[in-house]
Design a protein around this ligand. Structure first.
Ligand SMILES: Cc1cc2nc3c(=O)[nH]c(=O)nc-3n(C[C@H](O)[C@H](O)[C@H](O)COP(=O)(O)OP(=O)(O)OC[C@H]3O[C@@H](n4cnc5c(N)ncnc54)[C@H](O)[C@@H]3O)c2cc1C
Length: 960
């Protein structure tokens, strides 16, 4: 009966064919009015199939139908359903297995769905109490679900998605996750279980009315496609049975009762039908309602979508490492059972559209940014206001008479500045007076590195320099063409010195009286006369740098140099003045070409970088603001005496630089020696293809002389005073402890460009052998050194000349190689040959900021150590001797690589054949290196602003 009823309705309803009219349809419906008993059977079938035994029993009595046969089974099913709806999944599983163990064994998907629901219940439980323990959920996932997950990718995905519930607070779940906690899921699983039980009992899986609902929906769709309008309602002729049905129909509501065909749009309406409602106990209503909710679309797609969103979204930040780790573990074997606290909260989903979320977030960020910026501005103004002083900073101070009227003395009977004017400025300064006097000559790379690393409390420091700023030389070429401002490269020396409570004297060192420990300094007074005085010292550091090497070339007064800020300013003026003069209508073509011929003598890093900066200016800014003719007539030439430019760099770097310049039309003249510089031209020699030297002329409007370094007058004075002990013509010689050779041991040091470290390993042979012979009581000349003694000598050489360590790695091999007579010992001659060979391989240290900086730091560390060791040494009456060697190691230079700017490209020679050559990205890297090395935050800020200004407004092309 139940089976036949739907088919009747189905076949008739189908006949609402295309040709049918609404009227025809209605007349046909008249013919197929279903009987009341058919509908009662339908209702009873629904109550029975869906598991409402009590309702089914009462309804069958009322409708005079045979009661459902399988009462027990219905009751059982009902119990299982009830358990699932209540979240007692374990009970449900046990009941299913009791009913028929085959059900879950054969349907692994259903079994997995039940276990997963059980996991969700455990997660729900843990999140209900503040700080709930998620350990049971993790254990359950590990033991029950994880082993099953790998058998089906869908299981794995479901499990991962479920585990994601542990990661986020329940009140901030994405919709795709929130639906897992919705009661709907229980309903879905309960329905599946119900169907599976019915199938296992050989019964239809669904109540017949469900199929009818689907059929109706299909028919509606089909008729809509065929543009056939069906009536909203069809009277089934049962209204007479239903009190109030007319009223409901009149109101057109969908709940008009089962007498109206259209009311069966959804089975749940049946529950509210007056015909069924009395049979449904009130306790069942909530459950029935939940069950009657419409089916939702598959969540799988949305879960996948969720996964991708979640991994990008802000929630990711709240991921719990324990859970994430567990999720990532494919075997789910190592999940920690440490309780993880979930933040309490209700599981109400807060859904906002993406657009709204974006607007909220943007508004929040805007608010934060505005607040921070406002706080910054207010803070800055407050700070700025605090830097002004209303009260008079002038106050009474005590000052030593000696500071204002120094006594005369020394070989030249000059004033000796024993007390400085600011020695008693404050308590800290006063304290410094009793400390050993450290005088530093020069405020360059070496001296500043020394000051920055020196302990404040150890020395009374005075720095003497004719310039009152530290100059960041590596970027100086950029200042010659207005890429950078001059100020951005300089830092006031007084500021640097004040950090160690030191003193600054703007003067020039003239000479040193080593025996009386006095430095003679001079300064030009307001009357234009030079005033000389002495500065006493306990330790003196010479870091006066170098001057440009003229190489005896005539006419260098026609050249510009690039050593300090003043040079950079002069170069910029000269270049811009030449460009302006060349733009005048009165300038002849020949003169214009001469004015626009820029020559750089010297292919080292400074010359190359200047040529590159000049090219940038001509190529980028000149074209914009000067007549185009000027750009076409500009020429840049680089004269280099060696075969390649950048010849101290790796060959690949030199080649790259030459290629770059050839592309940029910078003429590189190699193997060319400048003979003379005249006011309008340069004479230089080149060798022709027959090896003959020929002299060439190059008209020039500007010439930069940048050809290596030479000693300053002061350094020459000092070397002269020390006589034969100083043999190097280019720099002051020091030992490996950076002590000036010839000066009293431990009094005077020299660092940076003005100095060179002796590498004379062989010359020291005698002292080595003497020492050894003295220790062994033998004659050095006739002494034979055994291998064990050679090991000792090797160690001493390494200690004294760290630079030679590289060549003394395999002492055994060296011994073997130089033991020519195979005697098993080295005699004096063999030893000398060995050490001279090492000598040859050692090159002198480069005149770079890098070396000066390392030497400054080295001295600072040694001085700090000496100051700490001083009390102990005094106590033990060790006041003379090689204290430096006793407390500290020798200086060892570590080459960290060389950089050079090549005009919108840069090169990095990292040593050992490692190079980096590149375009703009390398320029940014080059800038970053120097930005980081810059001496203060102030200069960094200025550098950044200059680079930004160049990008926005071009180079500064003004001359004042
Ligand atoms: C344009 C240019 C670019 C360079 N680029 C690089 C680079 O990219 N990388 C690199 O490693 N090196 C570079 N160098 C080299 C580097 O600047 C020097 O090696 C470094 O400055 C040496 O440091 P210093 O302390 O010995 O002397 P300097 O830094 O030259 O300082 C000497 C100080 O002594 C002062 N002084 C001079 N005479 C006296 C005196 N009689 N009495 C008292 N004080 C005196 C001077 O005023 C100055 O303050 C560049 C040099 C120049 C000129």
């Amino acid at each position: 009966m139940v089976g036949g009823f739907p088919s009747t309705v189905e076949s008739r309803a189908f006949r609402g064919s295309k040709a049918a009219t609404t009227a025809g349809f209605e007349s046909r419906m008249e013919d197929v009015k279903p009987s009341k008993s058919d509908l009662n059977v339908l209702i009873l079938d629904y109550l029975t199939a869906e598991g409402y035994p009590t309702a089914a029993e009462r309804f069958s009595k009322e409708a005079n139908l045979n009661p459902a046969k399988q009462q027990d089974s219905v009751l059982f099913r009902n119990r299982i359903q009830h358990d699932i709806h209540l979240g007692s999944i374990q009970n449900a599983i046990e009941a299913i297995n009791e009913l028929n163990p085959q059900i879950l064994d054969s349907d692994t998907s259903l079994h997995f769905a039940l276990l997963r629901l059980q996991l969700i219940e455990l997660i729900r439980e843990s999140s209900l109490t503040p700080g709930g323990n998620i350990g049971p959920a993790l254990t359950f996932a590990t033991t029950q679900l994880a082993p099953k997950a790998p058998s089906d990718p869908a299981f794995l995905e479901d499990l991962e998605r479920t585990m994601a519930l542990l990661i986020f607070p329940p009140d901030q779940l994405e919709p795709q996750l929130a639906e897992l906690l919705h009661p709907d899921l229980r309903k879905k699983v309960a329905d599946r279980v119900n169907e599976a039980i019915l199938a296992s009992q050989g019964q239809r899986r669904n109540a017949a009315i469900r199929n009818l609902v689907k059929l109706r929906s299909w028919a509606e769709g089909a008729s809509k496609d065929a543009k056939i309008t069906l009536p909203d309602q069809l009277d089934l002729g049962l209204n007479g049975d239903v009190p109030g049905a007319d009223r409901a129909r009149r109101s057109g509501g969908a709940t008009a009762g089962v007498g109206s065909y259209t009311c069966v749009k959804d089975p749940r309406t049946m529950l509210r039908s007056p015909r069924i409602a009395p049979f449904v106990s009130s306790s069942n209503v909530a459950t029935l309602r939940a069950r009657a909710l419409q089916q939702l679309p598959s969540a799988r797609g949305r879960a996948i979508q969720y996964a991708s969103q979640a991994s990008r979204g802000p929630h990711t930040l709240r991921r719990r490492p324990q859970v994430v780790g567990a999720l990532r573990n494919p075997n789910w074997r190592h999940i920690s059972h440490t309780p993880i606290r979930l933040s309490p909260g209700k599981q109400v989903l807060k859904t906002r559209s993406r657009a709204l979320n974006f607007v909220y977030r943007a508004a929040a960020w805007l608010g934060i940014s505005v607040t921070v910026a406002s706080a910054g501005i207010i803070g800055f103004f407050l700070y700025d206001a605090s830097t002004y002083r209303e009260d008079l900073s002038q106050k009474d101070i005590q000052i030593s008479d000696l500071a204002l009227n120094p006594k005369l003395g020394g070989p030249k009977n000059l004033p000796i500045a024993e007390v400085l004017m600011d020695d008693e400025d404050d308590a800290d300064m006063e304290l410094q007076q009793s400390k050993p006097r450290l005088v530093i000559l020069g405020g360059g790379w070496g001296s500043v590195a020394l000051i920055k690393e020196l302990n404040v409390e150890d020395y009374h420091v005075t720095l003497v320099s004719p310039t009152n700023y530290f100059l960041f030389t590596p970027m100086l070429p950029s200042a010659t063409v207005g890429t950078l401002e001059l100020r951005s490269l300089a830092e006031p020396i007084r500021r640097i010195v004040s950090n160690i409570k030191g003193h600054f004297i703007k003067a020039r060192a003239e000479g040193v009286e080593f025996s009386e420990k006095l430095v003679e300094v001079s300064q030009v007074g307001t009357d234009g006369k030079r005033t000389h005085f002495y500065l006493p010292y306990d330790k003196l550091v010479i870091g006066v740098g170098s001057t440009t090497n003229p190489y005896g070339v005539k006419g260098l007064d026609n050249c510009n140099f690039l050593k300090d800020l003043d040079d950079a300013r002069k170069i910029k003026h000269k270049i811009l003045n030449n460009l302006e003069a060349a733009s005048l209508p009165t300038t002849s073509e020949e003169e214009r070409k001469r004015l626009l011929s820029f020559v750089v003598c010297g292919g080292g890093p400074t010359g190359v970088e200047f040529a590159a900066e000049l090219f940038d200016l001509l190529n980028e800014d000149l074209t914009q603001y000067f007549p185009r003719l000027i750009r076409n007539e500009v020429s840049v030439h680089l004269i280099q005496s060696r075969g390649h430019i950048l010849n101290t760099y790796d060959e690949a770097v030199s080649k790259y630089a030459e290629d770059r310049f050839s592309r940029d039309q910078v003429q590189v003249l190699t193997n060319s020696r400048v003979k003379e510089v005249q006011s309008d031209k340069i004479l230089f020699t080149q060798k022709d293809e027959h090896g003959e030297t020929i002299t060439k002329e190059l008209p020039m409007g500007f010439c930069l002389w940048s050809t290596g370094v030479s000693q300053t007058d002061f350094s020459k004075n000092v070397a002269e005073k020390l006589g034969d002990t100083q043999t190097n013509r280019h720099a002051l010689e020091t030992d490996s402890h950076l002590r000036l050779v010839g000066a009293p041991l431990g009094d005077v040091y020299a660092i940076g460009d003005c100095s060179t470290v002796q590498n004379n390993v062989a010359d020291n042979l005698v002292s080595f052998l003497n020492n050894l012979a003295y220790e062994k009581g033998r004659d050095p000349k006739t002494m034979h050194i055994e291998f064990s003694e050679w090991i000792q000598v090797g160690r001493r050489i390494r200690r004294q000349f760290p630079q030679a360590s590289e060549h003394l790695k395999r002492l055994d091999k060296l011994f073997e190689a130089y033991d020519k007579d195979q005697s098993g010992t080295l005699d004096f001659g063999e030893m000398r040959e060995l050490l001279m060979q090492i000598d040859k391989t050692l090159t002198s240290l480069p005149a770079t900021a890098q070396r000066a900086h390392q030497q400054g730091q080295y001295l600072a560390h040694k001085f700090n150590k000496l100051a700490r060791a001083a009390p102990g040494l005094r106590m033990n009456e060790v006041l003379d001797g090689d204290l430096d060697d006793a407390v500290y190691k020798s200086f060892q230079y570590h080459h960290l690589g060389s950089l050079a700017y090549l005009g919108n490209s840069a090169v990095f020679d990292l040593g050992g054949g490692w190079n980096v050559l590149g375009g703009l990205w390398a320029v940014y890297a080059w800038r970053s290196v120097y930005f980081a090395q810059s001496v203060s935050i102030r200069t960094r800020l200025l550098l950044a602003m200059d680079w930004a200004k160049r990008a926005l407004f071009g180079r500064d092309m003004m001359t004042f």
